[in-house]
Write a protein that binds this ligand. Sequence first.
Ligand code: SAH
Length: 344
Amino acid sequence: MKKILQDLGLTELENLISSLGEKPFRAKQLYTGLMQGKKISQINIPSALRGKILEEYEDEPVKIIKTLTSSDGTEKYLFALSDGNVIEGVLMKYKYGNTQCVSTQVGCRMGCKFCASTLQGLIRNLTSGEILSQILTVNALHGGDAKTRAVTNVVLMGSGEPLDNYDEVLKFLKNVSAPDGVNISARNISLSTCGLVPKIYALADAQIPVNLTISLHQTTDEGRARTMPVAKKYSIAEILKACEYYFGKTGRRYIFEYSLIRGENCDKEHADGLISLLKGKPCHVNLIRLNEVEERDLKTVTEKEAYRFLGLLEKGGLSATLRRRIGVDIGGACGQLRINYLKG
Ligand code: SAH
């Protein structure tokens, strides 16, 4: 596999260009082209330089090979990577802008029982440039460039556990928020984790104040371990402590994802459990009805049951919302993204 030019920030690109004996302004030219979502072969630089770069770098590291559009406007993409692996991604359209859900790994090794992304285990980590290129490609597809962005918000909620690929994800966060790049600021980026505690501390110390989202889904460690193997490693208490640290460092309120699974986590005792865990903390709870995955026998709840659970949380003083399920008809909703597969 060739190298990926989108892995480089502007300064690194300048170093590369000067090592090739070229004038510095060529770096800026290349960088601007890349940030517009262009392939290297489409960027207007001297052909000798272009040839030299293409010998070592992938022309198009992330390519859309299929698109599905949901009845609610959500789009799901199948991206091909240069080694033949594929990943899925989603673009959700809201009044305030477009949110892209990006993948951080091919597959995932966390093994959550409700999620399709982990069925085949972890195939490999994505590089920062492969994560960034998902955005550059979709932004260009929708007529955006680095200045007038079609993608305004980013969620690291596609396949993979972002904090299990920490170094590349951190580099991605730096590059995607670089002012001379696509410049999507940390406040418009959400990172979701199943709760890799040491890496939450590391992220807090990295001082890139993204919105931290924790996939909680249960109120006790034993209950959580039934569907999330990671719960055997890190307790809810340790996660909450790490979240407080994150809040202290960044000033950003944190968010808990809670997918409602019939018979598992949505009775009154669970609402009470959540209230006693979270009351008074600077956090928000995002409820979502489980999206059923055909290989698993976990079942979702009705909308009415979901609103009842929401009501209990609100009555108990928590800030909570029930998220609209979008993109379900194209298998593009939470937990439905998978490898090798684009089903409509
Ligand atoms: N690995 C990260 C990023 C995935 S984000 C994490 O665990 O947070 C995807 C979100 O959707 C997570 O909150 C995940 O727990 C949730 N999810 C996974 N499968 C789901 C399903 N079938 N229905 C609803 N939500 C699901």
